[in-house]
Design a protein around this ligand. Structure first.
Ligand SMILES: Nc1ncnc2c1ncn2[C@@H]1O[C@H](COP(=O)(O)OP(=O)(O)OP(=O)(O)O)[C@@H](O)[C@H]1O
Ligand SMILES: [Mg+2]
Length: 346
């Protein structure tokens, strides 16, 4: 296993008390695997990603507990200095807004090459690879681009430069937080195709954070669905699309573009994610769940009721919870499975 995150908790001190932004997250990524993390805004996706590289905004934010095993060793045992060797080398990250992570006062070339020099490459090697990388990410005039400053580039070009930087040292794991959200659909598709291509060549694993289930269907092998600081469902992509188990996941699917399918039986997601400084006592989704009953509001569901092969954090799957219906409530509604699979072209 390349990456194994176990019961990660990342909290913030806030005037309202301690905000439990990431509250017991577990997932793993194998070599070459693409795992997507999906969920609505504010569910803790970015804080999970930042925690991996110990880039949680200080001093308010801190990792409370958990383990982040990378090739079997816990990254949380490392000092800040030791983490610097990991960042941009074994693990690299692409952020949503490339302008904030590129330095405006240095040329593109300097920034790509510096990433490699910082990890021991000599100047000539770094220059040659920078040219190769820019060409690889589809920049027409690589040597011209080396001399340009970030503000001289379009959003799509800046994102390509960011990818060049992220890939410069051939990372084993690329963490991409909404890497294409700011881009138009065509550029978005090109960039995703590029990441996939490079991944095939190098065996790099990808942790892709997105709220776009269309992108998940296209690129991910496995999916962690996050809600309110926790993973509520973990499944191979195809299984998730064939049979979304958590009512929250089903709600997310209802917002897929293929809305014209027969039987609009999925609940659309109404309401908002609760405040991370005051998570509800029972299921965190209960207030928005059309299937919730009394136990859902009082008892917090575990992630493995039933010792399920496909973990889901929901009382509907836990035979030990009282008041549970004898069959899944949506089984009495019109089927949607074929449509979901079809819509996602899986
Ligand atoms: N600097 C901060 N101070 C206090 N709380 C914070 C801070 N940053 C994040 N949080 C808390 O962490 C929660 C999760 O934030 P995060 O950025 O991980 O969400 P996200 O899932 O990435 O959302 P989005 O889809 O909008 O990017 C927020 O709802 C907020 O409660
Ligand atoms: Mg985010």
């Amino acid at each position: 296993m390349l990456l194994q995150v176990e019961n990660l908790k990342t909290y913030f001190h806030t005037p309202r008390g301690i905000a439990k932004a990431v509250d017991g997250v577990s997932f793993s990524v194998e070599k070459g695997e693409t795992r997507a993390i999906v969920g609505e805004s504010g569910c803790g996706k970015s804080i999970t990603a930042l925690s991996l590289l110990q880039l949680v905004p200080e001093p308010a934010g801190y990792i409370e507990s958990g383990r982040i095993l990378f090739e079997g060793k816990d990254l949380l045992d490392r000092t800040w200095e030791q983490m610097r060797e990991v960042r941009g080398d074994d693990i690299s990250m692409i952020f949503q807004e490339p302008m904030t992570s590129l330095n405006p006062v240095y040329t593109v070339g300097w920034q790509i090459e510096e990433t490699m020099r910082a990890h021991g490459k000599n100047a000539a090697t770094a220059r040659a690879r920078a040219l190769e990388l820019l060409d690889r990410v589809g920049i027409k005039d690589p040597s011209g681009a080396l001399r340009q400053y970030p503000h001289e580039l379009s959003g799509g070009m800046r994102q390509r430069v960011m990818i060049s930087i992220a890939l410069a040292n051939r990372p084993k794991l690329l963490v991409a937080d909404e890497p294409t959200t700011a881009l138009d659909v065509t550029v978005q598709a090109q960039i995703l195709a590029l990441i996939r291509e490079l991944q095939k060549e190098t065996g790099m694993a990808v942790l892709l954070i997105t709220h776009d289930l269309g992108i998940v269907a296209e690129v991910a092998d496995t999916v962690s669905v996050m809600y309110a600081g926790q993973v509520v469902e973990d499944a191979p992509t195809r299984e998730l699309f064939k049979n979304p188990r958590h009512p929250y996941t089903r709600g997310l699917f209802a917002s897929l573009p293929a809305r014209n399918r027969r039987g609009q039986d999925l609940a659309t997601l109404e309401g908002v994610v609760p405040d991370s400084a005051a998570w509800p006592k029972g299921c965190r989704f209960a207030d928005r769940c059309k299937y919730a009953w009394e136990s859902c509001h009082t008892i917090a569901p575990t992630f493995h009721p039933n010792g399920s092969d496909r973990p889901v954090r929901c009382h509907l799957y836990d035979p030990n919870i009282s008041g549970r219906p004898s069959r899944l409530p949506w089984l009495t509604e019109l089927p949607v499975t074929a449509d979901l699979v079809e819509a996602a072209k899986l």
